[in-house]
Design a protein around this ligand. Structure first.
Ligand SMILES: Nc1nc2c(ncn2[C@@H]2O[C@H](COP(=O)(O)OP(=O)(O)OP(=O)(O)O)[C@@H](O)[C@H]2O)c(=O)[nH]1
Ligand SMILES: [Mg+2]
Length: 167
């Protein structure tokens, strides 16, 4: 929760993104608004293909939506917030919840707020992934920066183009 999913989609969406944020009354997190439905945004690649981005609500009480979204996705980005008490434990939740999906679709891990919170390091993330038998790209990102968000999507597309996942 609060890693920056809504922000990331808004940063690259060509049209005003559809957001379903409401006033946050989850006292475990100090943010003002939180997503209770889906985020949606889209943009067009140079070749004309359209990328549609769907953001999940971060709070685990909405985990029934995670499966629905993953079902028809061509790829997944997991955004980690390095200012959280135990970001690797957060990552584990998603690696386990999406284990079946991760077998059949590309995934990239974006790590935010790393500059202010250098621990765990990107290598620590890679080690954690290895413990789950996953070898995935791990990138430092600031979701407010368009180039960073585009790089996350590029790495998904590169995995698809490399034929790492059959279709
Ligand atoms: N200072 C700082 N702020 C950041 C950074 N990355 C994201 N943010 C801010 O963190 C907030 C993230 O909020 P959202 O985009 O609503 O996060 P979310 O993942 O959609 O949250 P939920 O829907 O509640 O799960 C925004 O205000 C961003 O501007 C960063 O690297 N540094
Ligand atoms: Mg959100």
């Amino acid at each position: 929760m609060g890693a920056g999913k809504t922000t990331a989609i808004g940063t690259v969406s060509e049209e005003a993104p559809i957001v379903t944020d409401v006033f946050n009354n989850d006292s475990s997190h100090s943010k003002t608004f939180t997503t209770v439905g889906l985020d949606f945004g889209q943009f067009t690649l140079d070749n004309g293909d359209r990328i549609r981005m769907f953001g999940t609500p971060g709070q685990s009480r909405f985990d029934f939506l995670w499966k629905i979204l993953a079902k028809n996705a061509i790829g997944m980005v997991i955004l980690a917030d390095n200012s959280r008490p135990d970001p690797l434990a957060d990552l584990r939740i998603y690696l386990e919840a999406f284990a079946e999906d991760l077998d059949i679709m590309p995934c990239t891990i974006g790590v935010g707020r790393l500059a202010e919170h250098p621990t765990p390091s990107l290598d620590d993330y890679i080690d954690e992934l290895a413990r789950h038998d996953r070898m995935l790209p791990v990138l430092e990102v600031d979701v407010r920066e368009r180039q960073d968000v585009l790089l996350l999507i590029d790495t998904l597309l590169a995995q698809l183009e490399a034929g790492m996942f059959g279709d």
